[in-house]
Design a protein around this ligand. Sequence first.
Ligand code: ZN
Length: 321
Amino acid sequence: MRRSRARHIQPLLRETSLSKDDLVAPLFVDETITASRPIDAMPGQFRYPVNQIAAVTAGLWNKGIRAVLIFGVPKSKDSEGSQAYHPEGVVQQAVRRIKAETPAMVVITDVCACEYTDHGHCGIIGETKNGMDLLNDPSLELMNRIAVSHAKSGADIVAPSCMLDGVVGSIRAALDSKGLEEVLIMAYSTKFSSALYGPFREAADSGFTFGDRSTYQIHPGNSREAILESQLDRDEGADMLMVKPAGFYLDILVEITTLGLPVAAYQVSGEYSMIKCAAKNGWLKEKETVLESLTCIKRAGADLIITYFAADVAGWLDEKQ
Ligand SMILES: [Zn+2]
């Protein structure tokens, strides 16, 4: 085997290489600030005010990043998450500005209500047989309105992250009925109830006031359920599927790639912050660790990788050439 690992032979035989086209950069747009604000739990990441987001995405474009995923922090919250579908909402404004500045940038929007509800859950809550919980069907109409308003603002892809049953089919029908057939749906089809989302809740201000999300996200130990979730979203008309988080769930990713649709993997905030924190202490080499983590996610079958390291990786890939 060592003949094939000679330094000059090795690059010819490499099975998996990262490319900038694989990467999606998540960005937080905050309507309540006027200057960018660092996110403490995610060193190197920021919340940006609406009037800076076009410049930030133009900068990413110039580095070779071709897709962004937008999360919004609204100026006010209520029980229904009404700012999430407001035509002048934070995401709607941000999408219009990005598209005006960099029309070819692929803009993906997170479709959920947890950043917009005062209780912090992903839709409409109410009393159920088992106590207060997220109500499934009453929340679907809310997701339709959010997705349609993002699409009308110029989003290329809407990404429902709420894990409501039937949400993909519901959004597809809503988009089609408004003449928005060209807008794609990236389903957060297999989303685990993970401890690794912790730093994100500071970033997007989406912590919840009671309970948790374990009644709508998948338990980390369940693989058949995880695959069924993605199958259902495929059958409802998703254009691409997703596994979230990425690094701890590569076995699931391998399975999801057999369903016939493109698959995204989301390297989540906790995965980012673990590497950042260890690197900051000198315990890991950041660049090598990041490139290894992403190469392994791609090796497992991801067609695209959503990662907070996107801008850094673009720079590192340039160094290599
Ligand atoms: Zn949510």
